[in-house]
Design a protein around this ligand. Structure first.
Ligand code: DI6
Ligand code: FE
Length: 416
């Protein structure tokens, strides 16, 4: 197997990063720096310890080594808060089928879709899955991603879900990036349980989840609540099991139809509700009360040529944080660019550029419960930030597929 570069050998980022320009709204609120004003980020022992205008740098930091920021635009490290990065195989044949008129549901009902990836994932060894996922992760990281969520859900049996979650953990260690793992055992009904949905959900709740949680492989728990997947009652059962183990929950909610899943998830204190094209007013009110983040996934909307847009105006009016993620998966969103997703969130869903940039940083961090460590340039946090060779922040959502040559500080190391 390919042996990845050991990340601890990367150069240490400690020192004064100056001059940089700070992207609006993405740094700590009590610091006053205009968008054009030269600023400085001080890193000490892998943490940001001071952020502010260059000419206000405290004398105590002046002795630290200087890194030339070249006046570039500094944003927090990006956060991809919804991916299915670990899987076997690919599904280009379904792309052709959809172009010929088949729907995602028709393909799923005919045994393709998620289940075809389940077969390929079960057939792959842990090392094979790692080798396939690593280049995908590296593509995300090259664009400035410093934290990523990775779901299971293509194993659908204890040994195979474990394999996916172990690969997620290993990826984080190999690449020196924060990985949050989500157990999505309730993603689809495995073929051996056909017609026995309740028996599978019982297995998920009583055996798979407690076992994997005890092995410390699970940071959060998710369910695919949809007509082609699991019902609200089954979702509630999984959420109950998760919460008894002290785990936070999230939901693939109202993607293809309104199941009132978002309100259910909010009642369980969900971190996020994701997709939400068919979200109802009731769901929005419940999410607001619970502080649940709305995760927008324009890559799936685009790939499936969906026409029902998420209710952005109503979400905005309710003050619900809007995150944006790739939803990278081999079926509905084979995309590895978070900046492209920011672009699509603007063009397809009508977000403003500042909303899209907050969506791939601070709100995405919150969707993972990482709001105290990621998604913002602020003193006291691990040094995760990106320097971009652009004139203005809007360029991050404006160029299509350009992949600007950014410089990346990840976990206190100079990663690129
Ligand atoms: N929603 C998605 O976007 C993915 N899973 C889910 O619950 C799609 C997964 C796939 O098609 O493989
Ligand atoms: Fe997804």
């Amino acid at each position: 197997m390919q042996s990845p570069a050991a990340f601890p050998s990367l150069p240490c980022a400690d020192g004064r990063w100056q001059p940089v320009r700070l992207a609006p709204d993405l740094f700590q609120a009590d610091v006053h720096v205009a968008a054009h004003e030269p600023a400085c980020i001080v890193v000490d022992q892998g943490r940001m310890v001071w952020v502010g205008p260059e000419d206000a740098l405290p004398a105590g930091h002046a002795h630290l080594p200087r890194h030339d920021g070249q006046g570039q635009l500094a944003t927090p490290g990006l956060v991809d808060c919804h991916t299915h990065l670990v899987y076997g195989g690919q599904r280009a044949d379904e792309f052709a089928l959809r172009l010929a008129g088949a729907s995602y549901e028709e393909i799923a009902r005919a045994g393709g879709g998620i289940l075809s990836t389940v077969h390929a994932t079960r057939a792959a060894s842990e090392d094979e899955l790692l080798a396939q996922a690593l280049p995908r992760l590296r593509q995300l990281l090259a664009e400035g991603v410093c934290a990523v969520e990775i779901k299971s859900g293509y194993g659908l049996a204890l040994a195979h879900e474990r394999k996916q979650l172990r690969v997620a953990r290993r990826l984080g260690q190999l690449c020196g990036v924060t990985v949050q793992s989500t157990f999505l055992g309730a993603h689809a009904l495995p073929p051996e349980f056909a017609g026995r949905s309740q028996a599978y959900i019982d297995l998920v709740c009583d055996h798979m989840l407690p076992t994997l949680a005890a092995e410390r492989l699970v940071d959060a728990v998710e369910v695919f609540c949809e007509r082609i997947a699991f019902s609200p009652a089954e979702t509630a059962q999984v959420f109950g099991a998760a919460r008894r183990l002290g785990l936070r929950v999230k939901l693939h909610a109202e993607q293809r139809s309104n199941m009132e899943g978002a309100a259910l998830a909010a009642r369980h204190g969900a971190l996020s509700c994701d997709h939400i094209e068919h979200l109802s007013a009731r769901g929005i009110a419940a999410m607001r009360s619970a502080g649940t983040v709305a995760v927008l996934l324009p890559g799936a909307f685009y790939t499936l040529r969906d026409t029902q847009r998420p209710p952005i105006d109503a979400l905005r009016a309710a003050g619900i944080p809007l995150a944006v993620a790739t939803d990278h998966n081999p079926g509905s969103s084979p995309c590895l660019s978070l900046l492209l997703m920011a672009n699509m969130a603007c063009t397809l869903f009508g977000l403003t550029v500042p909303e899209a940039l907050s969506g791939i940083t601070r709100h995405a961090a919150r969707a993972l419960g990482l709001q105290d460590s990621h998604g913002l340039i602020a003193s006291g946090r691990p040094a995760n930030f990106v320097l971009w060779p652009v004139q203005q922040a809007a360029e991050l959502a404006y160029w299509l597929g350009q992949r600007p040559a950014c410089r990346i500080v990840r976990q206190g190391r100079i990663a690129a």
